[in-house]
Design a protein around this ligand. Structure first.
Ligand code: NAD
Length: 251
């Protein structure tokens, strides 16, 4: 199913994006990897099976020009893009009262605008070829409003709103949209975020919940995402998502 397909992944230099690159490569896909971090991209390339057709691109998903340039270059380098995985993300642990405007802008810019740009840039060539799959990475925080993580929650609900809208608008076009809600994946985001901003009771609770639940290796998460795509699912709750959801809804 993925053999020779062109898969573009943002945030491919670490965590879930890196593990997805490995997973797609083992299925014979051609990879157009991007990240803001060149070192991470180099590391991902070293992890791929020999013979993988791969190109990497330095892309800032918070910049419209950068993402549209990425889509154009991928389509011209590979002749098409069959899957785009809008995965790059960042976070800050802070209640709405404590989070700064600059932090909200940064999180929305990367997590929500990044996904909007990626979808808007890759959709036209996919519609033209009447084939394609847009995979947007939300979170369990996109399913339940989470005190102590206001900016991240807003951004991930936005990703969900966009993707659920696409479900309704893309019917019959040959292009599908898939919404992924990971939870509790052992990557840099939950590891680094608590240090960024931790001031009050809500922040303490969400940090504790994250710490308890951060147990799924990114490789398992990537395997489940790729299996869900192959099975034609449109919403995927992956990792320790179900348990984390339960915990978050009681915070
Ligand atoms: P990660 O920090 O390991 O990976 C994020 C990647 O995004 C990094 O390689 C980083 O360099 C890249 N990135 C950050 N800002 C960027 C920008 N402006 N432009 C391009 N690339 C940028 O974290 P992860 O957990 O693998 O996160 C991947 C996605 O999964 C994110 O959208 C995150 O919100 C989501 N997610 C993660 C979890 C979890 O438990 N880890 C849970 C739910 C959702």
């Amino acid at each position: 199913m993925f053999d020779r397909k062109v898969v573009a992944i943002t945030g491919a230099g670490s965590g879930i994006g890196q593990a997805l690159a490995v997973q797609f490569a083992t299925k014979g896909a051609q990879l157009a990897l991007s990240d803001i971090d060149q070192k991470g991209l180099d590391e991902t390339r070293r992890m791929l099976p020999q013979g993988t057709e791969v190109r990497s691109y330095l892309v800032n998903v918070g910049s419209r020009e950068s993402v549209f340039g990425y889509a154009d270059t991928v389509c011209s380098d590979f002749g098409a893009a069959h899957y785009v995985i809008n995965n790059a993300g960042t976070s800050v642990i802070a209640s709405f009262e404590n989070v700064t405007i600059e932090e909200i802008e940064k999180v929305i810019n990367i997590n929500l605008w990044g996904v909007i740009y990626g979808t808007k840039a890759f959709l036209p060539p996919m519609l033209k070829q009447r084939e394609g799959c847009i995979v947007n990475i939300s979170s369990v925080f996109g399913l339940v409003a989470t005190p102590g993580s206001a900016a991240y929650t807003i951004s991930k609900f936005g990703v969900r709103a966009l993707t659920e809208t696409l479900w309704q608008e893309l019917g019959g076009s040959g292009v599908r949209a898939v919404l992924v809600h990971p939870g509790g994946i052992n990557t840099n985001i939950p590891k680094n975020t608590p240090k960024a901003h931790a001031e009050g009771e809500f922040e303490r609770r969400v940090m504790e919940a994250n710490k308890k639940q951060m147990i799924t290796p990114p490789a398992d998460c990537a395997r489940d995402i790729v299996a869900g795509l192959a099975a034609g699912k449109k919403r995927l709750l992956v990792g320790n998502g179900a348990k984390q959801l339960h915990l978050l809804s009681r915070l």
